[in-house]
Design a protein around this ligand. Structure first.
Ligand code: SF4
Length: 291
């Protein structure tokens, strides 16, 4: 089995078989992301080679494999025919599979259109992890995400309509002090329009080799402190009115939050308000991310 470049997968895929279908990220411009800044350049692996890796994995792990994740940064950007082919093959050789997942940014999902997403669902793709980051268009443009809130909403709805689970990532603090309120309120609006299965919270940590770290050092981007991040989370959660599972399953966060919206909104808000009574020194210190 082969793997090229940094191994990057969501915590929820910790027990999944990783079979690399693409290498790098075709976008590779987000100002906060360092994963592929030093390469490798984006390319799609040969379908025959991907299938060979699955055959080897079957020989080694057999029926232990329950979930499969195809890295890397934007595997949804593969040709629909090729992605369908590897999903069908996976379902055939691992009949016990419960889930096949990829990463996908909204602009690449959007290019698939409702028909392409339907075909992928029929081929067995069952979950897409999408870095929404923010629903605020000013922030989306500043961080060079390559999309906008209208496209994020349309792409997200198409995924859900195709019957594929949608896992959206939101970065608390990504708008800095200047846009904390529009970030929270506009992100809640986008989440309400999409109604994703999962809303996964991360907290902005500047990473080495990124333009946003340079902005932090220059002082042109003012980061939020722990209390400000928690207050932003309160505004965001207050604004969410639809059904979605909120989780903060990541080392960057200041506190652990898990709850089903909207029923558990009061409990989530109560938890955050309890932590807001603590001194700022209680929370993890500032650090520069290395990965
Ligand atoms: S955040 Fe995702 S889309 Fe943006 S550069 Fe990194 S891997 Fe690519």
């Amino acid at each position: 089995m082969r793997y090229e470049g940094p191994i990057y997968r969501p915590p929820s895929e910790a027990h999944s078989l990783l079979i690399q279908a693409t290498i790098g990220c075709p976008h590779n411009r987000c100002t906060f992301c360092m994963v592929y800044k030093n390469g490798p350049r984006y390319r799609v692996r040969d379908v025959a080679e991907i299938k060979k890796d699955m055959i080897v994995a079957k020989e080694v792990y057999g029926s232990q494999i329950r979930t499969l994740f195809f890295p890397a940064g934007n595997t949804i950007a593969m040709k629909t025919d090729d992605l369908c082919a590897i999903c069908c093959f996976a379902r055939e050789i691992f009949p016990q599979l419960e889930r096949i997942t990829v990463y996908g940014s909204s602009q690449y999902i959007h290019k698939k259109g409702p028909g392409g997403l339907q075909r992928l669902a029929e081929a067995g793709l069952s979950r897409i992890h999408v870095g929404l980051e923010s629903g605020d268009d000013v922030i989306i443009k500043r961080i060079k995400k390559g999309t906008n809130s209208a496209q994020q909403i349309e792409a997200g709805r198409w995924v859900a309509e195709a019957g594929i689970e949608l896992s959206l990532y939101v970065i608390l603090g990504i708008g800095g002090k200047e846009r904390t309120k529009p970030h929270a309120t506009n992100t809640a609006k986008v989440l309400n329009a999409i109604e994703p299965h999962f809303t996964r919270l991360r907290t902005f940590v500047p990473k080495i080799n990124t333009p946003l770290l340079e902005d932090v050092k220059r002082g042109s981007f003012e980061m939020l402190g722990p209390h400000e991040v928690l207050k932003e989370a309160v505004m965001l959660i207050r604004g969410i009115e639809v059904s979605t599972c909120i989780t903060s399953d990541h080392y960057t966060n200041y506190i652990k939050l898990d709850g089903k919206m909207p029923d558990e909104k009061p409990r989530l808000l109560k938890t955050i308000n309890e932590f807001l009574k603590k001194d700022e020194n209680f929370f993890r210190p500032f650090f520069v991310g290395q990965e």
